[in-house]
Write a protein that binds this ligand. Structure first.
Ligand code: TXA
Ligand code: MG
Length: 339
């Protein structure tokens, strides 16, 4: 199959809408990462998404809407917590897990009775949903297990020959996927951290919000996870990533003392000059948004330069940094050295 990579304009948006309505899969920009979009009510379309990604079929997809009315078809209960969150954070990078209606096909939800929904703030994504009148399910548009795509070229590299069209909306603003929160229980739980933080959510809900322990801890085969995505290998380049949890001085001494071929350092900007190994940077030390923005492209860069082992600086674990930490430790398969 030929994969078209087109800039967004009337013609390409129209084509994207036609493809979606016909049960095809399209690469679409969002403010977080690029998504692989397919009609959420069409089992065949959803099967194509799982196939293109090589995604385990028990891992549910997020449904994307362009206006709040679309929710009526998708969820059977829009409770007061969900309402407050939607009012404050939509359109934007927040996915809310709610009880599902049958309109969303079971394949999209990995067999669960719930569905994650978000209204993206990216205008191209919303335009495609609105014009096609098709709420679409969309996972990140990477091959399962690889770093998420933050440019159309990343999507092309992973999906060439597998999907008919990618809309090139430029670099994603956020760079990490949406915050996923479940409001199925009385006390809401963050299943995946993102740009919208626990603190911001608590302010809106006027109550404590839990963070699932799997956000920072490795799951074992026996653990029952709230979000199936937590079980799987994620975000990993071919290079071996090792996270070094320490201050800058100890990190520099450690990395500089290593011998061997194709060893890289993944550090923050301006730290390169201290390090005697080739460096890939991901954002600024004291700027968590810049780290989120740069992380996935830095992980992809590791393979572009054929790095074998990459020692990565450890981000903080609060606020937006928790989202960065959550992705980085997974990309490292939880291989963390504490100095
Ligand atoms: O920012 C994003 O959320 C991007 C863009 C494209 O919108 N999408 C994205 O989708 O990251 P994906 O499929 O790569 O990640 C969705 C995560 C998975 O970890 C999945 O297990 C979880 O959300 N999830 C989806 N539906 C769920 C449900 N009903 N219950 C629990 N977890 C769910
Ligand atoms: Mg993903």
């Amino acid at each position: 199959m030929e994969t078209l990579l087109l800039k967004p304009n009337r013609k390409s948006i129209k084509l994207a809408c036609e493809l979606l309505r016909n049960g095809e899969v399209v690469g679409v920009p969002t403010e977080t990462v690029y998504g692989l979009a397919g009609d959420c009510s069409n089992s065949m379309a959803i099967k194509k998404i799982f196939e293109a990604k090589g995604r385990p079929n028990d891992n549910p997809l997020i449904v994307h809407i362009s206006n709040i009315k679309m929710l009526d078809k998708i969820v059977s209960c829009f409770n007061s917590d969900a309402k407050k969150l939607a009012k404050k954070f939509w359109p934007g990078p927040l996915t809310i897990i709610m009880p599902k209606k049958d309109f969303v096909c079971k394949e999209s939800c990995g067999g669960l009775n719930s569905v994650g929904v978000r209204m993206p703030s990216n205008k191209i994504a919303r335009k495609i949903i609105a014009k096609s009148n098709t709420p679409f399910s969309a996972p990140s548009a990477n091959i399962s297990g690889k770093p998420s795509p933050t440019t159309a070229q990343d999507v092309y590299n992973d999906m060439k020959g597998k999907i008919p069209l990618i809309i090139d909306g430029g670099e994603c603003v956020a760079g990490v996927e949406s915050t996923v929160i479940s409001v199925l229980e009385e006390s809401p739980t963050i299943l995946r951290p993102g740009i919208i933080t626990k603190e911001e959510i608590e302010k809106v809900l006027h109550k404590q919000v839990k963070v699932a322990k799997e956000v920072t801890q490795q799951t074992t085969n026996e653990t029952k996870v709230l979000s199936p995505g937590m079980k799987y290998k994620h975000y990993s380049p071919n290079a071996k990533i090792i996270v070094v949890d320490s201050n800058l001085k100890d990190y520099v001494n450690y990395v500089n003392s290593l011998n061997g071929k194709d060893i890289y350092a993944m550090c923050f900007e301006k730290e390169e000059k201290l390090i005697n190994k080739p460096c890939i940077t991901y954002g600024k030390h004291n700027n968590e948004k810049s780290q989120a923005h740069a992380l996935f492209s830095a992980l992809r860069k590791c393979d572009e330069v054929n790095a074998k082992i990459v020692y990565a600086r450890c981000p903080k674990t609060n606020g937006i940094s928790l989202a960065v930490y959550n992705r980085l430790i997974r990309s490292a398969g939880f291989d963390i050295i504490k100095l």
